[in-house]
Design a protein around this ligand. Structure first.
Ligand SMILES: Cc1cc2nc3c(=O)[nH]c(=O)nc-3n(C[C@H](O)[C@H](O)[C@H](O)COP(=O)(O)OP(=O)(O)OC[C@H]3O[C@@H](n4cnc5c(N)ncnc54)[C@H](O)[C@@H]3O)c2cc1C
Length: 404
């Protein structure tokens, strides 16, 4: 019997392939094309830009394919999860750049679809899908990281608006974001039940950001200060004091997405085995000369391969069901470990050349490897630390009791 589903998918694959080929900006076909590295994040700063990356983003967004499975009414593509997977693979196999990288797409959008009212969905989702607004995540505070529910940023009801005072920390790209999805305290007498989820325009008077420099030399995140920040009443998502449920759901999407990128940022690009061969040399069979390093690199590559298949399967399952579950903590934990191991192996293979911070004695790839190794230390912290993710697995996946 003919498999009409498979036929339909094949037709869709052909359609997608032809569209991507016809619409990919010619400038981006050159791997050294000059584009603003921030353009891939979109946002107000690029509203009138004709950077080729932005041209690409706009074309894909017009198809609804930046958010393939979202309903068309909210700027999505209305695709089934199988069709979305086809699109994802065609982009990857064709070597096309991602059209848009966005916390709005990965984290906020899915929870808005689940928890927001119609006005909020209509207002925010299309702007996320079109890359018009860049979002940041205001969760962590100086006294509330792993113990996130201990957050203190106050949000008071002032009748016709909310008034926000407090401080967030480690807010990735807060200085470049247009809006922030933020956890605030609306009841000081309760812990988890006193938290609400609000949306804040970063251009509102009283919002201030101060970049923090990382060990890798980059400043990707900030301290964020809210001083008498007034936001409209309609910017609260879900119920007053009902933000903790939304917060946890969003963390599941965050962990799933970090794992989809295999552990988060850090490390250098390229095939680890080939790079190692260039530095360590090879034997007469062409195999890496250092047998111990060879076996550890092979194991890492096999782990990555198996892990990639597992995360793809889990992502497909979650798209086809009720979204991600607490099990995302398992893959977040594993992804961070593999990514850190890969960075370590890269630097080890390069030997002394893997220790370059800057200067003429090191190639750009070597500097990226060294700085990426330092950056990868954050993989087991961002999106919830590895220890905390293990706790989530123990409690919510295995159902183990709290330690006495
Ligand atoms: C690169 C990067 C980007 C980030 N981006 C953002 C962002 O955009 N927005 C945002 O809100 N936050 C962001 N964060 C913050 C991140 O979510 C927190 O750093 C993280 O949740 C840990 O909190 P903390 O730093 O306060 O550490 P702490 O909670 O103080 O933890 C310190 C140590 O104690 C351990 N620990 C704590 N509690 C337990 C426990 N119950 N059981 C076992 N061990 C425990 C931790 O595992 C850790 O090793 C980012 C962090 C990094 C590194």
């Amino acid at each position: 019997m003919a498999d009409f589903g498979a036929d339909k998918l094949d037709a869709f694959r052909a359609e997608v392939g032809a569209w991507l080929n016809a619409n990919y900006p010619a400038e981006l076909k050159d791997p050294h094309a000059k584009t603003d590295p921030e353009a891939i994040w979109g946002g107000r700063a690029f509203a009138s830009s004709d950077d080729p990356q932005i041209v690409w983003m706009r074309r894909v967004a017009e198809q609804g394919w930046t958010a393939p499975t979202w309903p068309k009414a909210y700027g999505g593509g209305g695709l089934s999860s199988a069709e979305a997977r086809v699109l994802e693979r065609e982009i990857a196999l064709g070597g096309y750049r991602a059209p848009l990288v966005s916390f709005g797409l990965w984290m906020l959008g899915p929870v808005l679809l689940e928890f927001a009212n119609e006005e909020q969905k209509t207002e925010h989702l299309p702007k996320i899908a079109r890359g018009e607004i860049r979002w940041c995540q205001g969760y962590s505070e100086p006294g509330a990281g792993s113990d996130l529910a201990g957050l203190q940023t106050r949000c008071e009801d002032k009748g016709d608006h909310w008034l926000i005072n407090g401080q967030k920390i480690w807010t990735s790209y807060a200085n470049r974001a247009d809006w922030c999805f933020c956890l605030v305290r609306t009841d000081t007498t309760k812990k988890h039940e006193g938290i609400s989820f609000v949306l804040i325009d970063m251009a509102t008077p009283g919002v201030q950001t101060r970049p923090i420099k990382l060990i890798s030399g980059e400043s990707p995140f900030c301290e964020t200060f809210f001083t008498d920040v007034k936001i409209p009443k309609e910017n609260m998502v879900g119920q007053l004091n009902g933000g903790w449920t939304i917060a946890k759901r969003l963390l599941q999407y965050e962990r799933q997405n970090i794992s989809g990128g295999f552990g988060g940022a850090g490390g250098a690009a390229g095939d680890l085995g080939q790079i190692a061969r260039r530095y360590v040399g090879h034997d007469e069979t062409g195999a890496l000369a250092d047998a111990d390093l060879r076996s550890r690199i092979t194991k890492n590559k096999m782990d990555f391969q198996a892990f990639g298949l597992t995360t793809a399967r889990i992502a497909a399952e979650s798209r086809a069901s009720n979204g991600p579950s607490a099990a995302t903590s398992i893959i977040k934990y594993a992804a961070a470990a593999f990514a850190q191991e890969r960075s370590e192996l890269m630097v080890e293979a390069m030997g002394a050349q893997g220790l370059g911070w800057e200067g003429d004695g090191f190639s750009p790839g070597e500097i990226t490897a060294a700085r990426g190794w330092l950056r990868s230390k954050g993989n087991s912290i961002e999106g919830g630390t590895s220890e905390v993710n293990i706790n989530v697995v123990a409690k919510r996946v295995l159902g183990l009791p709290d330690p006495k």
